[in-house]
Design a protein around this ligand. Structure first.
Ligand SMILES: [Zn+2]
Length: 463
């Protein structure tokens, strides 16, 4: 999914939590991604030697990890470090722009005037909220467009990650805007109905609304939203689908849920993802992955994605999200009331049930989200690490896993400091992933052979 209109979503407060569930770098779509432009895909690490050599040479995990990292040319390392470190600043800029838009809408009384306009249009509360919501979301789309176009169009092209012309990209932004207008307005209508009926305890009922809408969004995304941007079709080539479907069968994953997606329409990144929940869950690998990776690497990536499915990461992350929203809403409630007492008259905001207070809600909630960045990233990174562990044990491809980690390194800094990884990484770093693969390789060299060994056969016949 595109990271469309993240800023709009931030102002919609609640929509932010549901949208981010869909966006590329975050929970439910939990993607293992790499950006490989051309020859980056041809990195060959020290593990690409003959398989006989791999079996007979003892592995020193620390030294092997360093050797893989050293195989990346200096210029490529510098480019991906620059791309990823720029992302740190974009977290800050996105927050500052969202905060500035919120403060502008409040302090200039634009928000109060849009509310007044809605009240003149109709005397019913629900259409008033709908009218306010549509106008406000449109305004935010326009005001945040400069940062959006820099971050998601120019910057992506600058680093060779994007494949779209401006018109094709802009068309998708408009589709995203349409989805945000429809989804955001429905969420806000329901939320404001809650605010009117429970002005003191809205944070509890509001959390219920947020979780239910997040669930619905994740549930319908593969059916109604993702097809607006890409085409999904079942895997056709048996030489690729068979090794993948064999892993799926071994883990009792319904095979009809493995798809190929034409991601090259938008990007050069190699990726795969899990989306949907319950009956709509599907695993998709993209066409860049099919073109640029070996079967071993594809197996390593798909085993990771299957880990998300088998370990129920979708429902688990949705549960954690609910807890975060509950805490966030509880704090927002206290801060909102305090701010309205102090500045309510000046901004023309009457209270929680007044739509004119939406930018204040969004400001408070997005501030809490911004401050919680390291915690949210860590929660996601820990589930990604679980999927890595599942992946290496299922695919049994340590060298392919290390190779894929290097390909990811084309856009994700390979070797960060521990503090950097804690704050900014929503997936394990390349170094951490290669180390996991090398630890596995070192520990399982002989164990991996045992099912075919003589003693094992002996045991089987005895039983
Ligand atoms: Zn993942």
């Amino acid at each position: 999914m595109k990271k469309f209109s993240v800023l709009i979503a931030i102002v919609a407060g609640l929509v932010v939590s549901s949208m981010s569930v869909l966006s590329n770098e975050t929970p439910a779509q939990t993607s293992i991604e790499s950006a490989t432009s051309g020859d980056a895909a041809k990195f060959s690490g020290p593990g690409n030697d003959s398989s006989a050599l791999q079996r007979s040479t003892p592995v020193d995990p620390a030294a092997a990890t360093q050797a893989w990292l050293n195989s990346v040319p200096q210029d490529k390392r510098e480019k991906s470090d620059a791309y990823f470190e720029g992302g740190y600043w974009l977290i800050l800029w996105n927050y500052l722009v969202a905060a500035a838009i919120s403060i502008l809408l409040l302090a200039s009384r634009i928000s109060a005037r849009v509310r007044d306009f809605s009240e003149r249009l109709t005397r019913y509360k629900t259409p008033q909220v709908a009218c306010y919501s549509v106008l406000c979301l449109l305004l935010v789309f326009v005001l945040s467009f400069p940062l959006n176009v820099y971050e998601h169009f120019f910057r992506e092209h600058q680093y060779g990650l994007a494949t779209q012309s401006f018109l094709a990209w802009f068309r998708e932004q408009l589709i995203g805007l349409g989805i945000t207008l429809i989804g955001g307005t429905i969420v806000l209508i329901v939320l404001y109905a809650v605010f009117r009926r429970a002005p003191k305890t809205w944070w509890i009922w509001g959390t219920g609304v947020a979780v239910v809408f997040s669930f619905v969004l994740v549930f319908i995304a593969p059916v109604f939203i993702e097809p607006l941007f890409n085409t999904y079709k079942p895997l056709t080539k048996p030489e690729i689908s068979e090794p993948i479907l064999a892993m799926a069968r071994a883990n009792e994953i319904p095979v009809k849920q493995v798809f190929e997606v034409d991601a090259s329409r938008q990007t050069t990144r190699v990726s795969a993802n899990v989306s949907g929940i319950l009956g709509t869950t599907r695993i998709a690998l993209n066409d860049n992955l099919l073109k640029q990776c070996t079967i071993s690497e594809i197996r390593a990536v798909m085993a990771h994605e299957m880990g998300h499915y088998v370990l129920n990461h979708g429902p688990k992350l949705l549960t954690y999200l609910g807890l975060f929203i509950l805490m966030g809403f509880a704090l927002t409630r206290v801060l909102f009331d305090a701010a309205v007492r102090r500045w309510g008259d000046k901004w023309g905001v009457r209270g929680i049930a007044d739509p004119a207070g939406l930018p204040l809600l969004a400001l408070l909630f997005s501030t809490l989200l911004f401050l919680a960045t390291p915690i949210l990233n860590t929660v996601v990174r820990v589930t990604e690490r679980e999927a890595d562990a599942f992946g290496i044990n299922t695919s049994r491809e340590p060298n392919a896993m290390a190779n894929v980690a290097l390909k990811l390194g084309a856009y994700r800094k390979l070797n960060p400091t521990p503090l950097e990884e804690f704050i900014f990484y929503d997936h394990p770093s390349g170094r951490a992933r290669i180390r996991m693969a090398m630890d596995w390789k070192a520990a399982n060299l002989s164990a991996g052979e045992s099912p075919r060994s003589g003693s094992q056969n002996q045991k089987q016949t005895e039983e």
